[in-house]
Write a protein that binds this ligand. Structure first.
Ligand SMILES: Cc1cc2nc3c(=O)[nH]c(=O)nc-3n(C[C@H](O)[C@H](O)[C@H](O)COP(=O)(O)O)c2cc1C
Length: 268
């Protein structure tokens, strides 16, 4: 059980946990009576909001990780304002040309730390994270994916020639010779499972950009594995759903944002 109870030496019966828990697992039978926690059917989704909101830090928990507090915890806009954030988004580009140098492990670790904070449906933590930094393995993976996509009628028509052209410039054309590939995989192949993967990737990519790294979402890996599950063996993974992105130091500057046709917003 992740939430194991209440520290009654600290609890002031304020009822915040009762109002906070999305699963209504805290109870106050009668006003002023001791609040109790009961989860006989393991309904807790480990969101930890009871822990985050308890003014007295009285919620007892196990195997859920640590909690942190810092300036701006209640006002994230004081940590980063909209104008800065908006420019950060506009400056965020897909990178398809990388320097050869590998990214130090401690920097890569920061990226994985950031990905841990991506929200997932029902707070399921069903994703696995894999990083491939071995050049030979990346080339092997790239070759298998290129072959699979090229031999598929629809994907071959879309990307066969493009990948063939890229192969004249890159040893691992599917990955633009990026030094690292991060794969997020999951046993959950439902729409929510795939959205969870996308969320983790977005957190990872934005974190990478804040560290001076470049990334590119790699749909080819996902499609390649879906068409030919044997490719999983080369990547050393076993799962039902995937997403992947390349990581490295960008090898070119940009001078402006690309033009972007805006999506229509209904109802504003
Ligand atoms: C789900 C998804 C899959 C993508 N797959 C690929 C891919 O396989 N290869 C590639 O070169 N770019 C891929 N991209 C990058 C898009 O082409 C890119 O995001 C788009 O052109 C916009 O450019 P920007 O990211 O620089 O703003 C993918 C992007 C997304 C969101």
């Amino acid at each position: 059980m992740p939430i194991v109870g209440i520290d009654y030496d600290k609890c002031t019966n304020c009822g915040t946990c009762v109002r906070t828990c999305p699963r209504m697992l805290f109870n106050e039978e009668e006003e002023g009576e001791k609040i109790t926690y009961d989860d006989p059917n393991s309904m807790c989704i480990r969101c930890g909001h009871c822990v985050a909101r308890c003014p007295e830090d009285a919620i007892l928990f196990e195997e859920m990780g640590e909690t942190y507090t810092f300036k701006g915890i209640n006002n994230p806009e004081e940590i980063i304002g909209f104008e800065e954030m908006f420019k950060f988004f506009q400056a965020h580009r897909s990178i398809r040309q990388y320097k050869k140098q590998k990214v130090p492990k401690e920097i890569l670790q920061k990226l994985f730390d950031a990905m841990q904070w991506a929200p997932t449906g029902r707070n399921m933590r069903s994703e696995s994270l894999t990083i491939i930094s071995d050049k030979k393995q990346l080339i092997e993976l790239s070759e298998a994916i290129q072959e699979t996509l090229t031999n598929d009628k629809a994907w071959g028509w879309l990307y066969g020639e493009r990948l063939e052209n890229l192969a004249t410039q890159f040893e691992a054309p599917v990955y633009f010779d990026a030094p690292h590939l991060i794969i997020v995989s999951s046993q959950l192949s439902t729409v929510i499972g795939i959205q969870n993967i996308a969320n983790l990737i977005t957190y990872g990519r934005l974190a990478a950009h804040s560290l001076g790294l470049g990334t590119c979402w790699n749909g080819w890996t996902q499609v390649g594995i879906e068409l030919n599950p044997k490719i999983m063996k080369i990547a050393g993974i076993r799962a039902k759903a995937f997403g992947a992105f390349t990581v490295g130091y960008p090898d070119y500057p940009v001078y402006r944002t690309p033009p972007r046709p805006f999506k229509r917003v209904k109802g504003l």
